[in-house]
Ligand binder design. Sequence first.
Ligand code: SF4
Length: 473
Amino acid sequence: MAGIKTSLLSPLKQIFESAEPLSAQQTSYRGEAAALDAAQGAGVHFFTDLRRRRRAIGAFERLWIWKDTAVAGRLGRYLEVAENRAPAKFLIAAGIPVGLPLDEAGEDALWAELDRLTPEFLARHAKGEAPGPRPEGPSLLDLCRELGQRMLAHCNFCAWDCRIDRTIGAKFGTCKLVRGSRVSTYFHHLGEELIFRGLAGSGTIFFTSCNMRCAFCQNGDISTDKDNGQAVSARTLAAMAWILRMEGCHNINWVGGDPTIHLHTIVDAIGLLGQGFQPTREVAVRALDAKADRVFSFELDSGAGTWEGAFNVPMLWNSNFFMTGEATRLLRLLMDVWLPDFKFGPGRCAITLARTPRYWETVTANLALIHGWGEPFTIRHLVMPGHLECCTYPILDWIAEIMPDVPVNIMDQYRPEIYTDPGSPKYMERYAPMARRPTPGEVRAAYHYARGLGLEFEAVTHEKNTMGLRLGL
Ligand code: SF4
């Protein structure tokens, strides 16, 4: 038994002893030596399961969920990129030349250039066309990076629209961030929807801090502590994404807290990945500091993440969608699939539960944008206790009226956390009505309502719900 564990968890330093940079041909990577201690209590079955899971990589497109016509119809292109049958958007953007000097042009001119080039980008994307050779001058991908940096200097990433210069850091906006970004952890996430977690996991990168203040945040330890985790440069972040994909993850899942407030760093990292980036040993070691599943054995496999020799992976924007239209326009050129949250109805719940004004207007506007663009996405709605009439029903009504073809995950896993959890030192009495899970009756009522509206929710909802409820059961 000990021999099996040792063979699966040989020290990472053996891999990195070579002075050579890591490459796509790097054949194996194991959990580092320190992780052995953490794994000692684990049994052989634990590792056997992981090995079985690794063998299952590549069978993603044969999963039953893709037989659901609503899911397959909306997410078909994402699946093609995940299976390396089509290039990710960032590869296409990297092949389109820009017609003006990025560092000299004013921001309005940069946005105008983005708008001018977007139709060409979309035409190539629609055809799944091979990106041309990298232009000698700047590309559309470089333009996205430049715009991310320009926006940072008068931050309007999210709908707070703070307009502070985060490159200086003399003032804070609502997110309390300046230029730097921090990652709390990253790993193969096996708790996401089947269309994202697949068999090898969703390559999920959790950023710290948030632009909303949900009293019940299910990731409160990350979202309410901006100093959580590890500071990351764009290179470190690119290395995290590269490692996850080369280990077989089906996508790179940008999440938090919320990723919007780190948009500049994420766009920079994607820019690097579009330029043939491969992590050096030093960058890879730094990146591995925050990896939560390094005790596991995942082999690096260049075939897991390349399209015609270039690094390839679908980018997934997993967000509260409280972002500006400009941010959404920029991300349109980089994100292959979207996973918006839609929590609060049009009344005051976003104010009383998340201290967030203009929530309904902002989120519905962004959803309408990506739907109008024909983007692949599914919506998440968390059923909250006592919030059917004010939140769940109006949200489902809106989806049924505006985008009835979009799959919706009606989530039953709400649990009291941080300010709504009586067991937490941060608990606040005013949130007492939120200090319980939704009842099975409330969850069933949400399902009934969605079915009555004819929404596409059952395939993505039921494979993942925690109460095991189904209509008719
Ligand atoms: S990301 Fe949002 S909250 Fe943070 S400074 Fe920018 S506009 Fe403000």
